[in-house]
Design a protein around this ligand. Structure first.
Ligand SMILES: [Zn+2]
Length: 409
């Protein structure tokens, strides 16, 4: 960390805090706590499952229009975009949150409210981020804050699981703004101290094994796809994953077979491999693929003569790039100073979020919490407590304005 940069970021924050317009925006967050929470409940009550985010995107588009953002629309991939034009289109900062959840179609998305807690699938991840976009856009409008650069507000599709970051990939790939984006901030979940500047890499696989199947007694000796998966899982479970750099693996889903007394004809598992380090991820990946092949070979080696071998289909279903926005880059410095200015201790962190894509393109990108506290993420008991949310929104506003600069005069 170079002191000069810290001084610049600190001075920048100090100047912003002295502006009446910024204080007006802060008061907006303080006086609209309940309205913001009610908005979050409305957003999260709209079902949004992987590859089925349309209704939530449409709702966000309407809200963006109501606030007066320019050209609110849904792109070909399903992302919802709207522009808050500054003096110039450069620098262009994307401020985003993700529309999808991990929960499948048919999930009950209704929000329960008990005392201070809200509870619903996706209430924090990423209902908290989506409502932050609306609250920030409204506060900028109410406080009539003009900026030098411009802000592109985006609700992304496909951040979770099999979505494989498809929304943000499109934004930086084929999207019309792709080559004009200078920096990226994603709001994902609650919290006030976390600054995710590291992109955790992952590789995800679906392993499908097919055999002839048969009777458990009469056909004993026919290759059993579930037994083969068991062999593969046992090998994977023995992998000496390093604690540093943190490397993890998980067999997260398994299915196959139909009856206790039938040799299954098919079995499937889905596997998640992650690491903070590219080299370690590739090592784990190679180990895993070899483990699966050897497990299938072992199972096939035990089969009766004349029976067919198991067929293996190993499919890469997700791949997230690794990288880092440097701790001494202006965006991270700003986020750290803004966190301190609000009385919290910043904590740099590494995770798998929409920021992985811009980070892999060497663009300055971070992911922040939208304030408040949360728990049980990715379960149907997910909860969110909006107390102190306003601190998260104020921090967000300072970082955003620090990047696009408040226009003078
Ligand atoms: Zn999320």
């Amino acid at each position: 960390m170079t002191p000069a940069v810290t001084t610049t970021a600190a001075k920048n924050i100090e100047q912003m805090l002295s502006l009446p317009s910024v204080q007006t925006a802060f008061s907006f967050f303080d006086s609209h706590k309940e309205i913001i929470t009610e908005e979050q409940i409305r957003i999260c009550s709209i079902p949004s499952s992987p590859f089925d985010e349309k209704r939530r995107a449409e709702y966000l588009r309407e809200k963006f229009s109501e606030i007066g953002l320019e050209d609110a629309r849904i792109d070909e991939e399903g992302n919802c975009l709207a522009l808050r034009r500054g003096h110039s289109l450069s620098p262009l900062l994307v401020v985003s949150a993700h529309l999808d959840t991990v929960f499948p179609r048919g999930t009950d998305f209704s929000v329960r409210r008990m005392a201070n807690k809200l509870s619903a699938p996706g209430i924090s991840d990423d209902g908290c981020g989506l409502v932050a976009l609306l609250a920030i856009a409204r506060a900028l409008d109410v406080a009539r804050i003009m900026t030098d650069g411009s802000i592109l507000f985006v609700g992304t599709v496909g951040e979770e699981g099999a979505g494989n970051l498809r929304g943000v990939r499109y934004l930086f790939g084929k999207g019309e703004w792709a080559r004009r984006i200078d920096a990226f901030i994603s709001f994902d979940g609650g919290g006030i101290d976390r600054i995710t500047n590291g992109a955790l890499g992952s590789r995800r696989y679906r392993v499908r094994l097919r055999g002839t199947g048969g009777h458990s007694w009469a056909d004993f000796g026919v290759s059993n796809p579930i037994h083969a998966l068991g062999r593969a899982i046992s090998r994977l479970a023995s992998y000496p994953a390093p604690k540093q750099p943190r490397t993890t693996f998980n067999v997260g889903h398994i299915e196959g077979g139909s009856s206790v007394n039938a040799i299954p004809s098919e079995a499937v598992m889905e596997v998640d491999l992650r690491s903070a380090c590219e080299h370690q991820l590739l090592r784990l990946d190679a180990f895993f693929r070899r483990a699966v092949r050897e497990a299938v070979d072992d199972e096939n080696a035990t089969r009766r003569k004349d029976d067919g071998p198991l067929a293996l289909d190993l499919q890469l279903i997700g791949e997230r790039p690794i990288g880092e926005t440097r701790a001494d880059s202006p965006i991270v410095e700003l986020a750290q100073e803004a966190t301190c200015a609000l009385g919290f201790t910043p904590r740099l962190d590494r995770a798998s979020t929409d920021s992985n894509v811009p980070i892999s393109l060497s663009l300055p990108a971070i992911t922040l919490g939208g304030g408040g506290t949360s728990g049980n993420s990715h379960t149907i008991d997910e909860w969110y407590d909006p107390r102190e949310r306003e601190a998260g929104l104020k921090r967000a506003l300072l970082v955003i304005l620090g990047m696009v600069r408040v226009k003078k005069g």
